[in-house]
Design a protein around this ligand. Structure first.
Ligand code: UTP
Length: 473
């Protein structure tokens, strides 16, 4: 081991990481050394002092105003014209292969408590299809619609990369070609205990976790994904989270508006259902768009209403973005990107000074993460578009309750039922309006409302039987 590394560990009070070094075999020694060499200890030390040894007071800008956004439906003749042009532009860009899909799937999915990468979760209410398959089937259908090959960037973490790739291979890449799927891994951050020490989870490994979805931008550069995009003529990334099977993997209007408005990073917004809904809030400060987390928005602002009683800070974020490749290239040009860190107190298993593995029953460490939306204020131009929640957002965070597998499955079935109804199909409903049948449409068969109409016509479907199970594929 290089003396400089040993000196650094001593200088920054992390020499305990070598406590078991002499007892390791050669391979373990090499692994530990290589992991330690990846750490910028001077920078980490600053982060530990700022975010672990002290809890930074969240300073909320005092000039916050609600962010402007394009409404779901155009409100003026001028807007109507713009939306029509934007939709046409979006379709043109998709057909020209200028748009790639980006799924962030590097999270640990702790709340879901599922053994395996979250994207492999069988979310389909009738099909039991995985989250990944929803996106793959959507991509396959879009390729058919636009007669184009679409590329799919899938971000994993080092912890779930192998399992994710294995799942894709076992499923024959869901019918997509292998070379159109680009896997890449995000960075990691060590867990830090309350004394500012990096935790180890074995004698030769540190307790590492993914560095947050903010890590996506740098990982795109470091992995060669940006070069791959450039080589394949991709200018825009349609960004979405792995736990939202309802998301349209590419939204032509959203892409088109992003391009026509010359935005560098755009965002979908949903009208919040109440002042305290757990969605980040789109705000403007010093002329820049930013997201203030629900827990940080002062109550006075969160509850403020206009003369019609509508929330002023109405715009909530479902974490759906379009990001220009140029913007990511600029941000990461130096090979580094420092987004603000967010601190989370977690229970992290660790080994004590005798080498025994301890599983804590209360939070014992801090994990530091960066968030993708902190790139918004760095963009010279941004754009926010309101979308209909029913069509774009069904988060799968927990097994039951709010934002759960249960609620997500209901939302998928309800969205699909509504699309069938709009296409003239009679749907059985209970007196309270809830569905009295199980319904799921494969995005491979029908990606959007137009597709559903054509599907229904082609198959001559007029009604769904009560209490039946239907997978339309
Ligand atoms: P969440 O913040 O909901 O985290 O991620 P999670 O890891 O899925 O679940 P919990 O909090 O442990 O229960 C939102 C999205 O961002 C991705 C996740 O995979 C998910 O799609 N993500 C999160 C990453 O890709 N990397 C990260 O480091 C964190």
């Amino acid at each position: 081991m290089k003396q400089q590394l040993i000196d650094n560990l001593k200088k920054y009070g992390q020499e305990h990481l070598l406590k078991f070094y002499d007892s390791l075999n050669d391979a373990e020694k090499a692994d530990l050394t290589s992991e330690l060499e990846k750490i910028d200890f001077a920078n980490l030390d600053k982060l530990i002092k700022t975010y672990v040894m002290s809890k930074p007071e969240m300073s909320i800008p005092d000039d916050l105003t609600p962010a402007p956004y394009f409404p779901m439906n155009p409100e003026t003749a001028e807007q109507q014209k713009l939306y029509a042009e934007a939709e046409a532009e979006g379709k043109k860009l998709i057909a020209a292969g200028k748009v790639g899909c980006l799924t962030v799937a590097g999270g640990q999915g702790t709340r879901l408590g599922f053994d395996g990468p979250k994207g492999t979760y069988p979310i389909g209410p009738v099909s039991n299809n995985s989250l990944f398959s929803f996106f793959a089937n959507s991509i396959a259908r879009l390729q058919e619609k636009y007669n184009v090959k679409l590329y799919w960037y899938v971000m994993t973490s080092l912890l779930n990369r192998e399992a994710t790739e294995k799942f894709f291979a076992e499923n024959n890449n869901f019918g997509l070609e292998k070379d159109q799927i680009f896997f890449f891994s995000q960075g990691t951050m060590p867990a830090i205990d309350y004394n500012g020490k990096i935790l180890m989870n074995s004698k030769s490994t540190m307790a590492l976790s993914p560095d947050g979805h903010g890590g996506t931008l740098l990982a795109l550069r470091k992995s060669g994904a940006l070069d791959h995009m450039k080589a394949n003529g991709i200018d825009y990334l349609s960004y979405f989270q792995v736990d939202n099977p309802l998301v349209p993997v590419i939204n032509p209007l959203f892409i088109g508006l992003h391009a026509l408005e010359k935005s560098e990073m755009s965002a979908v917004m949903l009208a919040k259902t109440n002042a305290f809904e757990k969605l980040g809030n789109f705000c403007i400060s010093k002329g820049r768009l930013e997201i203030i987390e629900y827990s940080d928005l002062p109550e006075k602002l969160a509850t403020m209403t206009d003369e019609k009683g509508k929330l002023k800070f109405i715009a909530g974020s479902p974490a759906i973005h379009v990001i220009s490749r140029n913007f990511i290239e600029q941000l990461t040009a130096s090979g580094n990107l420092s987004l603000p860190c967010h601190r989370a107190d977690k229970k992290v298993p660790f080994i004590d000074e005798n080498g025994n593995l301890i599983t804590p029953d209360k939070p014992n460490a801090v994990k530091l993460e960066t968030f993708i939306f902190d790139a918004l204020p760095l963009a010279s131009a941004t754009m926010v578009l309101e979308c209909d929640r029913v069509n774009v957002f069904a988060p799968t965070k927990n097994p039951t309750g709010v934002d759960s597998v249960e609620s997500c499955r209901m939302m998928i079935m309800e969205r699909d039922a509504k699309r069938l109804e709009a296409a003239g199909v009679k749907i059985p409903r209970n007196p309270d309006g809830t569905l009295n049948a199980k319904i799921e449409i494969s995005p491979r068969a029908a990606f959007d409302e137009e597709d559903v109409k054509n599907y229904v016509k082609a198959k001559n479907i007029t009604a769904i039987a009560a209490e039946s199970e239907n997978y339309l594929d």
